[in-house]
Design a protein around this ligand. Structure first.
Ligand code: ATP
Ligand code: MG
Length: 286
């Protein structure tokens, strides 16, 4: 069992789908029949455990699982002794404080002496003490947003993504105390073989992530526009420029970053490019 990686992911919830997708995009195949709690990969020395997200940091600390995918919010709150080895870019959300909409809030000092309901007592406690505020932390495990309207607490501290849950409970968001996304955590007691497997997995994850941020682009242009167009298409090393069967025309192939895409595509078109094709890249090895 020293040369197999046991990876814990959330059984069912907001992290599950993207966690499974990531593992599959890394080329790891397994049968995840409904209701299974554990499965073995067929083409990589790995097992997948399906758990509640709150339990994952503890399993990884104990070495029962070697790796885990959880929200940073859960990992930080658990305060377990694990390594955070990579940010995964999905399940982005924030931990925020909300107060009743009619409350005239002017700053964090307004929370002095108030009661705040949360499922994140450690992260909230740290934030309050950093801001020299003493408040009563009311730990509850779910439906936190309802607490102020039923008189259980003056404020809440909970996970927000769009803010619509706060709004529909008559609350407004007043402080963000922690920004979170899914992360990969690892046990501090991996064998040399397991560390090697983790390095292989991270290499694959990074290749998938880089590919998602880039597109393959092909276009035709007059030969005299090549210099201008290639300024916007640096490619991985340099763009490929090939003559077309039509005299005075070329084809350019390159890679373009998603963030620069719309701005550059306009400039490329104005410079004379035609027949522009943009294709997703599945993996990119740098
Ligand atoms: P479990 O049953 O496994 O304990 P849970 O109910 O505690 O699940 P989920 O609601 O599935 O947890 O959320 C899992 C994680 O997804 C959260 O810890 C957080 O990191 C992230 N998350 C929560 N809400 C959102 C959201 N609205 N948008 C994006 N990510 C979110
Ligand atoms: Mg949970």
């Amino acid at each position: 069992m020293n040369n197999i990686l046991r990876i814990a992911i959330q059984k069912s919830g907001r992290l599950s789908e993207d966690s499974l997708k990531l593992i599959k995009e890394c080329g790891i195949r397994f049968d995840n029949g409904a209701g299974k709690l554990k499965t073995s990969a067929t083409n990589f020395p790995a097992e997948i455990l399906f758990l509640r997200d709150d339990d994952i940091p503890g399993y990884v600390e104990d070495g029962v699982a070697h790796l885990g995918i959880v929200g940073e919010n859960v990992s930080e709150e658990s305060d377990r002794d694990v390594n955070t080895v990579h940010k995964l870019g999905f399940s982005k959300c924030r931990l925020s404080i909300g107060v009743l909409r009619e409350h005239d809030y002017s700053g964090v000092q307004d929370l002095e002496g108030k009661s705040i309901a949360t499922s994140y007592p450690k992260l909230l406690g740290k934030y309050l003490s950093e801001n020299n505020v003493t408040a009563q932390i009311h730990e509850i495990s779910g439906s936190v947003e309802i607490a102020p309207s039923i008189g259980l607490a003056d404020a809440v501290c909970d996970i927000v993504s769009s803010g619509s849950t706060l709004l529909s409970n008559g609350l407004k968001e007043v402080e963000t105390i922690f920004k979170s996304e899914a992360v990969m955590i690892a046990s501090k007691h991996l064998t040399a073989e397991q560390q090697q497997l983790l390095d292989q997995l991270l290499f694959r994850i990074k290749s998938v992530q880089v590919a998602k941020n880039n597109k393959y682009i092909l276009l035709n242009c007059p030969t005299n526009a090549v210099d201008e167009i290639t300024k916007y298409l640096p490619g991985m090393k340099a763009p490929t420029v090939m003559p077309l069967a039509t005299e005075g025309w070329c084809s350019i192939h390159s890679v373009i970053n998603e963030n620069d895409f719309w701005e550059n595509i306009e400039k490329i078109r104005l410079a004379g490019a035609e027949g522009i094709l943009v294709i997703p890249i599945e993996k990119m090895i740098l």
